[in-house]
Design a protein around this ligand. Structure first.
Ligand code: FNR
Length: 374
Protein backbone atom coordinates (compact mmCIF):
# COMPACT_ATOMS: atom_id res chain seq x y z
CA UNK A 1 0.00 0.00 0.00
CA UNK A 2 1.02 3.63 -0.32
CA UNK A 3 0.90 4.59 3.33
CA UNK A 4 3.90 6.51 4.60
CA UNK A 5 6.64 4.05 5.57
CA UNK A 6 9.07 5.33 8.20
CA UNK A 7 12.71 4.76 7.26
CA UNK A 8 14.19 5.44 10.68
CA UNK A 9 13.23 5.45 14.35
CA UNK A 10 12.76 9.22 14.50
CA UNK A 11 10.12 9.00 11.79
CA UNK A 12 8.38 6.31 13.83
CA UNK A 13 8.29 8.68 16.79
CA UNK A 14 6.67 11.42 14.69
CA UNK A 15 4.13 9.05 13.20
CA UNK A 16 3.25 7.49 16.55
CA UNK A 17 1.95 10.83 17.80
CA UNK A 18 -1.10 10.43 15.54
CA UNK A 19 -1.88 7.04 17.10
CA UNK A 20 -1.73 7.87 20.81
CA UNK A 21 -3.80 9.89 23.25
CA UNK A 22 -2.04 12.89 24.77
CA UNK A 23 -1.91 11.16 28.15
CA UNK A 24 -0.24 8.07 26.71
CA UNK A 25 2.15 10.06 24.54
CA UNK A 26 3.20 12.11 27.56
CA UNK A 27 3.63 8.99 29.70
CA UNK A 28 5.75 7.23 27.08
CA UNK A 29 7.94 10.14 26.07
CA UNK A 30 8.51 11.96 29.35
CA UNK A 31 11.63 12.18 31.42
CA UNK A 32 11.79 13.30 35.03
CA UNK A 33 11.71 17.00 36.03
CA UNK A 34 13.65 19.10 33.46
CA UNK A 35 14.47 16.09 31.26
CA UNK A 36 18.18 16.93 31.35
CA UNK A 37 19.17 13.27 31.58
CA UNK A 38 16.65 12.30 28.90
CA UNK A 39 18.31 14.72 26.48
CA UNK A 40 21.82 13.86 27.63
CA UNK A 41 21.30 10.17 26.88
CA UNK A 42 21.03 11.19 23.22
CA UNK A 43 23.67 13.91 23.38
CA UNK A 44 26.18 11.40 24.78
CA UNK A 45 25.86 9.27 21.65
CA UNK A 46 26.29 12.37 19.49
CA UNK A 47 29.44 13.38 21.39
CA UNK A 48 31.19 10.07 20.79
CA UNK A 49 32.82 9.94 17.36
CA UNK A 50 33.86 6.92 15.34
CA UNK A 51 37.30 6.26 13.84
CA UNK A 52 36.55 4.02 10.87
CA UNK A 53 39.13 1.51 9.67
CA UNK A 54 39.56 1.46 5.90
CA UNK A 55 40.52 -1.16 3.35
CA UNK A 56 39.08 -3.97 5.38
CA UNK A 57 37.41 -6.74 3.40
CA UNK A 58 33.74 -6.51 4.26
CA UNK A 59 32.58 -7.84 0.87
CA UNK A 60 31.80 -11.41 1.77
CA UNK A 61 29.61 -10.38 4.63
CA UNK A 62 28.00 -7.23 3.31
CA UNK A 63 26.59 -7.22 -0.21
CA UNK A 64 23.91 -4.66 0.38
CA UNK A 65 21.24 -7.33 0.58
CA UNK A 66 22.40 -10.20 2.69
CA UNK A 67 22.66 -9.51 6.37
CA UNK A 68 25.91 -9.83 8.23
CA UNK A 69 26.04 -12.47 10.90
CA UNK A 70 25.35 -10.47 14.06
CA UNK A 71 24.63 -13.38 16.37
CA UNK A 72 25.77 -13.20 19.94
CA UNK A 73 24.69 -14.56 23.31
CA UNK A 74 23.60 -13.21 26.66
CA UNK A 75 23.78 -15.40 29.77
CA UNK A 76 24.51 -18.26 27.39
CA UNK A 77 21.38 -17.77 25.33
CA UNK A 78 21.73 -17.04 21.60
CA UNK A 79 20.53 -13.78 20.04
CA UNK A 80 20.38 -12.90 16.35
CA UNK A 81 21.37 -9.33 17.20
CA UNK A 82 22.98 -7.75 20.29
CA UNK A 83 19.59 -6.26 21.11
CA UNK A 84 16.85 -6.69 23.71
CA UNK A 85 13.61 -4.84 24.19
CA UNK A 86 13.68 -2.94 27.48
CA UNK A 87 10.97 -3.59 30.06
CA UNK A 88 8.22 -1.02 29.60
CA UNK A 89 4.94 -0.79 31.45
CA UNK A 90 1.42 -0.53 29.97
CA UNK A 91 2.02 -1.50 26.33
CA UNK A 92 -1.70 -1.99 25.70
CA UNK A 93 -1.96 1.79 25.77
CA UNK A 94 -0.14 1.70 22.41
CA UNK A 95 -1.96 -1.21 20.80
CA UNK A 96 -4.61 -3.72 21.93
CA UNK A 97 -2.12 -6.60 21.54
CA UNK A 98 0.37 -4.77 23.76
CA UNK A 99 3.15 -6.89 25.21
CA UNK A 100 2.07 -9.92 23.16
CA UNK A 101 2.78 -8.08 19.91
CA UNK A 102 6.12 -6.87 21.25
CA UNK A 103 7.13 -10.34 22.42
CA UNK A 104 6.18 -11.96 19.10
CA UNK A 105 8.16 -9.37 17.15
CA UNK A 106 11.16 -9.89 19.43
CA UNK A 107 10.98 -13.68 19.27
CA UNK A 108 10.60 -13.81 15.50
CA UNK A 109 13.58 -11.48 15.03
CA UNK A 110 15.66 -13.45 17.54
CA UNK A 111 16.16 -10.51 19.87
CA UNK A 112 15.48 -10.50 23.61
CA UNK A 113 12.46 -9.14 25.44
CA UNK A 114 12.15 -8.08 29.06
CA UNK A 115 8.57 -8.12 30.32
CA UNK A 116 7.70 -5.49 32.91
CA UNK A 117 6.13 -6.22 36.29
CA UNK A 118 3.70 -3.48 35.22
CA UNK A 119 2.68 -5.20 31.97
CA UNK A 120 -0.90 -5.07 30.71
CA UNK A 121 -0.66 -8.68 29.44
CA UNK A 122 0.25 -11.35 31.96
CA UNK A 123 3.55 -13.18 31.83
CA UNK A 124 1.68 -16.44 31.15
CA UNK A 125 -0.28 -14.95 28.22
CA UNK A 126 2.91 -13.56 26.72
CA UNK A 127 4.79 -16.84 27.17
CA UNK A 128 2.07 -18.95 25.61
CA UNK A 129 1.69 -16.55 22.67
CA UNK A 130 5.39 -17.20 21.96
CA UNK A 131 5.32 -20.99 22.32
CA UNK A 132 6.38 -21.35 18.68
CA UNK A 133 9.71 -19.81 19.71
CA UNK A 134 10.89 -22.04 22.58
CA UNK A 135 14.47 -20.72 22.41
CA UNK A 136 13.65 -17.04 22.54
CA UNK A 137 15.27 -14.94 25.23
CA UNK A 138 12.59 -13.63 27.61
CA UNK A 139 13.32 -12.15 31.02
CA UNK A 140 10.97 -10.90 33.70
CA UNK A 141 11.59 -7.43 35.14
CA UNK A 142 10.90 -7.21 38.85
CA UNK A 143 9.81 -4.38 41.10
CA UNK A 144 9.90 -5.44 44.75
CA UNK A 145 6.62 -4.71 46.49
CA UNK A 146 6.32 -4.08 50.23
CA UNK A 147 4.27 -7.29 50.33
CA UNK A 148 6.99 -9.93 50.25
CA UNK A 149 4.58 -12.74 49.45
CA UNK A 150 3.46 -10.83 46.38
CA UNK A 151 7.05 -10.56 45.22
CA UNK A 152 7.57 -14.25 45.93
CA UNK A 153 4.48 -15.10 43.88
CA UNK A 154 5.71 -13.00 40.94
CA UNK A 155 9.11 -14.68 40.94
CA UNK A 156 7.59 -18.17 41.14
CA UNK A 157 5.19 -17.37 38.32
CA UNK A 158 8.01 -16.02 36.16
CA UNK A 159 10.06 -19.16 36.70
CA UNK A 160 7.10 -21.44 35.97
CA UNK A 161 6.21 -19.50 32.82
CA UNK A 162 9.71 -20.05 31.43
CA UNK A 163 11.32 -16.64 31.83
CA UNK A 164 15.09 -17.08 31.77
CA UNK A 165 16.25 -14.37 34.19
CA UNK A 166 14.99 -11.94 36.78
CA UNK A 167 15.84 -8.39 35.87
CA UNK A 168 15.70 -6.40 39.09
CA UNK A 169 15.27 -2.67 38.53
CA UNK A 170 17.19 -0.81 41.23
CA UNK A 171 16.86 2.81 40.16
CA UNK A 172 13.24 3.18 41.25
CA UNK A 173 12.91 2.88 45.05
CA UNK A 174 10.29 5.54 44.50
CA UNK A 175 9.08 6.84 41.17
CA UNK A 176 10.77 9.81 39.51
CA UNK A 177 8.58 12.85 39.04
CA UNK A 178 7.39 13.14 35.47
CA UNK A 179 5.51 16.38 35.58
CA UNK A 180 3.32 15.86 32.55
CA UNK A 181 1.97 12.68 34.15
CA UNK A 182 1.24 14.65 37.30
CA UNK A 183 -0.63 17.34 35.33
CA UNK A 184 -2.52 14.68 33.37
CA UNK A 185 -3.35 12.76 36.56
CA UNK A 186 -2.14 9.69 34.68
CA UNK A 187 -4.26 6.58 35.21
CA UNK A 188 -4.96 3.39 33.31
CA UNK A 189 -8.26 3.35 31.41
CA UNK A 190 -10.79 1.03 33.04
CA UNK A 191 -10.36 -1.77 30.47
CA UNK A 192 -6.61 -2.15 31.23
CA UNK A 193 -5.09 -3.78 34.28
CA UNK A 194 -1.81 -4.74 35.92
CA UNK A 195 -2.07 -8.19 34.40
CA UNK A 196 0.65 -9.75 36.54
CA UNK A 197 -0.74 -8.35 39.77
CA UNK A 198 -4.49 -8.00 39.40
CA UNK A 199 -5.22 -11.72 39.73
CA UNK A 200 -3.08 -12.29 42.81
CA UNK A 201 -3.52 -8.96 44.56
CA UNK A 202 -6.31 -6.92 43.00
CA UNK A 203 -3.85 -4.01 42.74
CA UNK A 204 -4.36 -1.46 39.99
CA UNK A 205 -3.39 2.04 38.90
CA UNK A 206 -6.20 4.32 39.89
CA UNK A 207 -7.00 7.96 39.33
CA UNK A 208 -5.49 10.35 41.89
CA UNK A 209 -6.30 14.03 42.30
CA UNK A 210 -3.28 16.22 41.45
CA UNK A 211 -0.88 13.29 41.04
CA UNK A 212 0.09 10.54 38.63
CA UNK A 213 -1.67 7.34 39.63
CA UNK A 214 1.56 5.48 38.91
CA UNK A 215 3.52 7.75 41.24
CA UNK A 216 1.01 7.04 44.00
CA UNK A 217 1.10 3.31 43.28
CA UNK A 218 4.88 3.27 43.72
CA UNK A 219 4.69 5.27 46.93
CA UNK A 220 2.08 2.96 48.40
CA UNK A 221 3.08 -0.47 47.11
CA UNK A 222 6.79 -0.63 46.29
CA UNK A 223 9.42 -1.18 48.93
CA UNK A 224 11.89 1.72 49.16
CA UNK A 225 13.82 -0.04 51.92
CA UNK A 226 15.33 -2.74 49.68
CA UNK A 227 19.11 -3.05 50.06
CA UNK A 228 21.93 -5.27 48.84
CA UNK A 229 21.22 -7.69 51.67
CA UNK A 230 17.79 -8.48 50.21
CA UNK A 231 19.38 -9.92 47.09
CA UNK A 232 20.16 -13.17 48.88
CA UNK A 233 16.48 -13.61 49.75
CA UNK A 234 15.49 -12.74 46.21
CA UNK A 235 17.88 -15.31 44.76
CA UNK A 236 16.55 -17.95 47.14
CA UNK A 237 13.08 -17.71 45.60
CA UNK A 238 14.01 -19.37 42.31
CA UNK A 239 16.99 -20.70 40.34
CA UNK A 240 16.72 -17.78 37.90
CA UNK A 241 19.88 -15.77 37.33
CA UNK A 242 19.74 -12.19 38.58
CA UNK A 243 20.28 -9.24 36.27
CA UNK A 244 20.53 -5.83 37.91
CA UNK A 245 19.19 -2.90 35.90
CA UNK A 246 19.86 0.72 36.71
CA UNK A 247 23.53 0.86 37.72
CA UNK A 248 25.52 4.02 36.97
CA UNK A 249 28.68 3.62 39.12
CA UNK A 250 31.62 1.25 39.05
CA UNK A 251 31.49 0.58 42.81
CA UNK A 252 27.81 -0.40 42.63
CA UNK A 253 28.60 -2.67 39.69
CA UNK A 254 31.31 -4.41 41.71
CA UNK A 255 28.88 -4.86 44.60
CA UNK A 256 26.24 -6.25 42.28
CA UNK A 257 28.73 -8.89 41.15
CA UNK A 258 29.71 -9.67 44.77
CA UNK A 259 26.04 -10.11 45.65
CA UNK A 260 25.51 -12.59 42.84
CA UNK A 261 24.30 -10.64 39.80
CA UNK A 262 25.04 -12.44 36.54
CA UNK A 263 24.65 -9.37 34.33
CA UNK A 264 24.31 -5.62 34.74
CA UNK A 265 22.25 -3.13 32.79
CA UNK A 266 23.82 0.32 32.79
CA UNK A 267 20.76 2.54 32.74
CA UNK A 268 19.15 5.69 34.10
CA UNK A 269 15.67 4.40 33.22
CA UNK A 270 15.55 6.45 30.04
CA UNK A 271 15.92 9.68 32.04
CA UNK A 272 12.70 8.97 33.94
CA UNK A 273 14.06 8.63 37.48
CA UNK A 274 16.81 10.94 38.82
CA UNK A 275 17.04 13.95 36.54
CA UNK A 276 20.61 15.19 36.33
CA UNK A 277 21.96 11.64 36.49
CA UNK A 278 24.86 10.84 34.17
CA UNK A 279 24.02 9.72 30.63
CA UNK A 280 24.13 5.95 30.50
CA UNK A 281 26.73 5.91 27.71
CA UNK A 282 28.98 8.17 29.80
CA UNK A 283 28.76 5.69 32.71
CA UNK A 284 29.58 2.63 30.61
CA UNK A 285 33.40 2.66 30.42
CA UNK A 286 33.84 2.95 34.21
CA UNK A 287 31.47 0.06 34.81
CA UNK A 288 33.00 -2.18 32.16
CA UNK A 289 36.42 -1.56 33.72
CA UNK A 290 35.12 -2.16 37.25
CA UNK A 291 33.50 -5.55 36.58
CA UNK A 292 36.57 -6.62 34.61
CA UNK A 293 34.83 -9.27 32.50
CA UNK A 294 33.24 -11.06 35.47
CA UNK A 295 29.69 -10.46 34.20
CA UNK A 296 28.10 -9.26 31.00
CA UNK A 297 27.35 -5.55 30.82
CA UNK A 298 24.36 -4.23 28.89
CA UNK A 299 23.26 -0.65 28.33
CA UNK A 300 20.08 1.24 27.60
CA UNK A 301 19.03 4.85 27.15
CA UNK A 302 18.92 6.81 23.92
CA UNK A 303 19.69 4.07 21.40
CA UNK A 304 18.08 5.32 18.17
CA UNK A 305 20.54 4.38 15.41
CA UNK A 306 22.60 1.36 14.50
CA UNK A 307 25.72 3.43 15.10
CA UNK A 308 24.57 3.96 18.70
CA UNK A 309 24.73 0.19 19.16
CA UNK A 310 28.18 0.22 17.55
CA UNK A 311 29.38 2.89 20.01
CA UNK A 312 27.99 1.05 23.04
CA UNK A 313 29.61 -2.23 21.94
CA UNK A 314 32.91 -0.42 21.31
CA UNK A 315 32.81 0.80 24.92
CA UNK A 316 32.36 -2.76 26.15
CA UNK A 317 28.63 -3.48 26.25
CA UNK A 318 27.73 -7.04 25.22
CA UNK A 319 24.31 -5.89 23.98
CA UNK A 320 21.90 -2.98 24.29
CA UNK A 321 18.26 -2.56 25.22
CA UNK A 322 15.93 -0.27 23.39
CA UNK A 323 12.90 1.37 24.92
CA UNK A 324 10.61 4.04 23.49
CA UNK A 325 11.09 3.37 19.73
CA UNK A 326 9.49 -0.04 20.32
CA UNK A 327 6.39 1.73 21.67
CA UNK A 328 6.34 3.99 18.59
CA UNK A 329 6.44 0.94 16.32
CA UNK A 330 3.76 -0.76 18.40
CA UNK A 331 1.49 2.30 18.22
CA UNK A 332 1.86 2.67 14.46
CA UNK A 333 1.43 -0.95 13.39
CA UNK A 334 1.39 -3.43 16.28
CA UNK A 335 3.66 -6.44 15.89
CA UNK A 336 4.57 -5.44 12.32
CA UNK A 337 5.65 -2.01 13.51
CA UNK A 338 7.85 -3.47 16.25
CA UNK A 339 9.39 -5.91 13.75
CA UNK A 340 10.10 -3.04 11.40
CA UNK A 341 11.78 -0.95 14.12
CA UNK A 342 14.03 -3.93 14.92
CA UNK A 343 14.90 -4.51 11.28
CA UNK A 344 15.70 -0.83 10.70
CA UNK A 345 18.17 -0.97 13.60
CA UNK A 346 19.59 -4.22 12.31
CA UNK A 347 20.15 -2.75 8.83
CA UNK A 348 21.76 0.35 10.30
CA UNK A 349 24.10 -1.64 12.55
CA UNK A 350 25.02 -3.78 9.60
CA UNK A 351 25.78 -0.79 7.38
CA UNK A 352 27.57 1.09 10.16
CA UNK A 353 29.85 -1.89 10.73
CA UNK A 354 30.71 -2.17 7.04
CA UNK A 355 31.45 1.56 6.83
CA UNK A 356 33.69 1.43 9.89
CA UNK A 357 35.66 -1.61 8.76
CA UNK A 358 34.09 -4.18 11.06
CA UNK A 359 33.43 -7.49 9.36
CA UNK A 360 32.01 -9.08 12.50
CA UNK A 361 30.92 -8.13 16.01
CA UNK A 362 34.30 -9.20 17.41
CA UNK A 363 35.99 -6.47 15.34
CA UNK A 364 34.19 -3.79 17.34
CA UNK A 365 36.71 -2.58 19.93
CA UNK A 366 37.53 0.61 21.87
CA UNK A 367 39.92 1.78 19.14
CA UNK A 368 36.84 2.46 17.02
CA UNK A 369 36.16 5.53 19.16
CA UNK A 370 37.98 8.85 19.45
CA UNK A 371 41.02 8.66 21.70
CA UNK A 372 39.69 11.38 23.99
CA UNK A 373 37.06 8.89 25.13
CA UNK A 374 39.50 6.23 26.25
C1 FNR B 1 10.20 2.38 31.03
N1 FNR B 1 11.24 1.77 31.74
C2 FNR B 1 10.95 0.78 32.64
N2 FNR B 1 11.97 0.10 33.27
C3 FNR B 1 11.70 -0.90 34.12
O1 FNR B 1 12.62 -1.48 34.67
N3 FNR B 1 10.40 -1.27 34.36
C4 FNR B 1 9.35 -0.67 33.78
O2 FNR B 1 8.20 -1.03 34.01
C5 FNR B 1 9.62 0.41 32.91
N4 FNR B 1 8.59 1.08 32.30
C6 FNR B 1 8.86 2.02 31.34
C7 FNR B 1 7.82 2.62 30.65
C8 FNR B 1 8.09 3.52 29.63
C9 FNR B 1 6.95 4.14 28.88
C10 FNR B 1 9.41 3.85 29.32
C11 FNR B 1 9.74 4.82 28.19
C12 FNR B 1 10.44 3.30 30.01
C13 FNR B 1 12.66 2.09 31.40
C14 FNR B 1 13.14 1.24 30.24
O3 FNR B 1 13.28 -0.10 30.63
C15 FNR B 1 14.50 1.70 29.70
O4 FNR B 1 15.43 1.79 30.75
C16 FNR B 1 14.48 3.02 28.95
O5 FNR B 1 13.26 3.21 28.28
C17 FNR B 1 15.60 3.05 27.94
O6 FNR B 1 15.71 4.29 27.32
P1 FNR B 1 15.11 4.63 25.84
O7 FNR B 1 15.56 3.55 24.88
O8 FNR B 1 13.62 4.72 25.99
O9 FNR B 1 15.75 5.96 25.56
Amino acid sequence: DDRFQPINLFEYEKLAKDHLSQMTLDYYSSGAWDEITLRDNRAAFERVKLRPRVLVDVSDVYDGLRLRNLTTSILGQPLQLPLLIAPMAFQCLAHPDGEIATALAAASAGVGMVLSTMATKSMEEVASACDKFPDSLRWFQLYIHKDRELTRALVEKAYKAGYKALCLTVDAPVLGQRERDRRNEFALPSHLHLANLATISGLDISHEKGESGLFTYFAQQLNPAVTWDDLEWLQSLSPLPLVIKGILRGDDAVRAVEYGAKAIVVSNHGGRQLDGAIASLDALAEIVAAVDGKVEVLLDGGIRRGTDILKALALGAKAVLIGRPILWGLAVAGQIGVSHVISLLQDELNLGMALSGCAKLQDIDPSLLTLSRL
